[in-house]
Design a protein around this ligand. Structure first.
Ligand code: WQD
Length: 337
């Protein structure tokens, strides 16, 4: 199939483009390069021996997107592009709604114009908010507690209404838990701009000497060691979940929602110690106050993805941190030359 991947030069996007090319798909990447580098696609080409077609186009350029769709005529879209920093979304809510929600609206109009009606959407477990019951299943009502999370919720609602209005749309809503790790080659990986918001890229920068120590946001949660528990999933497992969702839509159609997680939770300190084992160094940390908006525990019930897609995460936490460290130690400054 010819797949257009928005945000395809980013972290999860580039790993998904790698798996799509290896699976024999033709790939078009659309990215504005605001938070990624075209170098990631050059390295994907090096790894796969195949070239994705790249176009620098912005979600907020409806005419540019319509031209791109008319010129490339993709059969399906995987939609990663968007803003994703929880804290920043609280400071700049209009930018987040414009980029994530209005940008997705522009994308859907461009798709409709060329009758491309299959979309896999990058949603997030953050839409669940702070439910009591664990593990999280897709039946739990959405109740996002951040502007970023609400943009994901609103896009899901938009897609649910679209699917209900026109049965010819094929829609997969994939709710990611915590993506970490990198391709085993160490040639592509996570390269956050500025100070990493997320745990594992921050730990990786401590390990490579770019940060002095890790701040552990609270150790008074009701968990195994008082620190926050999350469901970390290897980015390659996550990427393969997208290919399985595409295959499913090709034969089933309709709208479907799946959690992409491992079903296992690890605390901040458990992840830190796993990373120390992988890099062979003791990593300094300080216990500081809780981060506003954090939940104590979040992990998936991934059983519906297994039942429907035959997909489950294969890589364990030690593989995740080993691969993340392999990427970071070989690319201490990310994709920067
Ligand atoms: C994980 C744990 C922190 C950093 C968010 C978004 C989610 C997705 C992933 C986009 C928590 C602790 C973290 C640090 C720490 N993003 N932590 N020190 O908050 O579960 O999820 O990122 O799609 O949508 O909500 O991930 O990696 O930020 O935090 O102690 O420097 O690590 O308190 O317990 P989170 P995270």
């Amino acid at each position: 199939m010819k797949i257009l991947v928005t945000g395809g030069s980013g972290y999860i996007g580039s790993h998904t483009v790698h798996e799509l090319l290896n699976a024999g798909h033709e790939v078009v990447v659309m990215d504005n390069l605001a938070n990624s580098s075209e170098e990631s696609l050059r390295r994907v080409a090096e790894l796969t021996g195949k070239q994705a077609e790249f176009h620098q186009v912005d979600l907020l350029d409806p005419e540019g997107m319509k031209k791109l769709f008319r010129d490339t005529r993709p059969e399906a879209v995987i939609h990663f592009a968007g803003l994703k920093a929880v804290g920043e979304s609280a400071e700049k809510p209009l930018w987040y709604y414009q980029t994530n929600v209005a940008g997705t609206l522009n994308l859907l109009y461009a798709m409709e114009e060329v009758d491309c009606k299959t979309i896999v959407f990058s949603s997030s477990a953050t839409v669940y908010g702070e439910p009591e019951e664990m593990p999280l299943t897709e039946k739990i009502n959405m109740d996002a507690q951040s502007c970023y999370g609400r943009t994901k919720e609103h896009i899901e609602d938009m897609l649910r209404d679209l699917g209900a209005s026109d049965a010819s749309w094929n829609i997969a809503l994939l709710r990611y838990f915590n993506p970490v790790g990198a391709h085993e080659s160490g040639r592509i990986g996570e390269d956050p701009a500025g100070i990493p918001n997320n745990l594992v890229p921050f730990i990786a920068q401590v390990a490579v000497g770019r940060r002095e120590h890790l701040n552990v946001f609270g150790n008074d949660y009701p968990t195994v060691d008082g620190t926050g528990v999350r469901d970390y999933i290897h980015v390659v497992d996550l990427a393969n979940g997208h290919l399985k969702a595409l295959e499913y839509l090709a034969s089933h159609g309709g709208l479907h929602t799946w959690n992409l997680g491992t079903g296992n939770g690890y605390s901040v300190l458990e992840v830190l110690h796993a990373f120390e084992k992988a890099c062979g160094k003791e990593l300094p940390y300080k216990i500081v106050d809780r981060r506003p908006g954090d939940v104590a525990v979040s992990y998936a019930d991934p059983s519906s993805a297994l039942a429907d897609l035959g997909w489950s995460a294969e890589r364990d936490i030690d593989t995740m941190v080993r691969d993340h460290w392999n990427w970071q130690k070989n690319n201490p400054n990310g994709y920067e030359a």
